[in-house]
Design a protein around this ligand. Structure first.
Ligand SMILES: Nc1ncnc2c1ncn2[C@@H]1O[C@H](COP(=O)(O)OP(=O)(O)O)[C@@H](O)[C@H]1O
Length: 273
């Protein structure tokens, strides 16, 4: 299978304060055929160690163990997509035709942004959030802790610390279906963006055909982010081989991008850098 070129694979975090709709929205996407990883269920199914924090009324999970298990899972899913691509003789143009062929994994959890470098944050007005969490039967203390976190952008700030690109969807006046539709649009736009980078890179690779390591990396279907770590780009898009010391500089240049969803104005043009 390694002698054909596989499409890029994208992992996207769906995150947000508890009660902002991550579970419901991701279930909607799942029912439509998108590939979703629900971290809460994953932690139980894989017996990821966690400790009870009685004071904060929550479980604290071993993040190193979780990260390792999620990475392995991601690799398995990526191989499944590659196999499908190969078995069905798909081309890059076919990928968007159905959610089942789109090589994207959405990781759903308020911890997801610690596991991906691309995140979508669901936002809800604190008053609405308060009502939802009360309805869930949370203690007053737990409701206030989460409402305060949402008010002061705790998850969003965390995303900026951990992710290269960050997107927000304001869901307060949207239904779950509308939020799901918005997320689908964003996923496809993000994948398009990834494909453009991939095709650009492939074009440049032709000129660097003597670079066997890079050819092999692409043929093995490594994520674009891994391949980019081997290269940097000049202003005119020219590709420049770089040693490992340059990787940090490249990451620094790519400051996180924040794009807000404005209901009724689905313009993702800002995605294209
Ligand atoms: N956009 C929305 N409009 C109305 N109710 C919503 C919306 N998003 C979530 N809810 C409701 O809020 C509650 C919490 O949603 P949930 O998906 O469990 O949030 P999370 O997974 O982020 O904790 C659920 O009862 C859900 O039906």
């Amino acid at each position: 299978m390694t002698d054909i070129l596989f499409p890029p694979f994208l992992t996207i975090a769906l995150t947000g304060t508890p009660g902002t709709g991550k579970t419901e929205v991701s279930k909607k996407l799942e029912a439509d055929g998108y590939r979703i990883l629900h971290i809460t269920e994953f932690i139980k199914a894989h017996n990821i160690p966690s400790e009870r924090d009685d004071e904060r009324d929550c479980d604290v999970v071993d993040m190193d163990a979780l990260e390792e298990a999620v990475f392995e899972y991601q690799q398995t899913v990526r191989k499944e997509f590659n196999q499908k691509f190969f078995d069905e003789g798909l081309t890059l143009a076919d990928l968007h035709k159905s959610p089942e062929t789109l090589p994207v994994l959405v990781i759903e959890s308020h911890l997801a942004h610690y596991l991906c470098d691309l995140s979508v944050v669901l936002r809800t007005h604190p008053y609405t959030l308060k009502d939802r969490l009360n309805e869930r039967g949370y203690s007053d203390k737990k409701v206030m802790e989460n409402v305060l976190a949402e008010s002061i952008d705790v998850v969003l700030c965390d995303c900026f610390d951990y992710c290269r690109r960050v997107y927000e969807i304001e869901t307060t006046n949207l239904t779950i279906d509308e939020t799901a539709d918005c997320l689908k649009e964003l996923i496809h736009a993000l994948y398009d963006d990834e494909l453009k980078t991939y095709e650009h890179l492939m074009g440049k690779m032709d000129a660097f055909s003597s670079d066997v390591a890079a050819q092999q990396a692409i043929a093995a279907g490594l994520p674009i982010s891994d391949i980019l770590e081997t290269y940097s780009f000049e202003d005119d898009g020219a590709i420049v081989y770089s040693d490992n010391d340059d990787i940090g500089d490249y990451a620094e240049e790519k400051n996180p991008v924040l794009v807000k969803y404005l209901p009724g104005k689905n313009d993702w043009s800002e995605l294209t850098e």
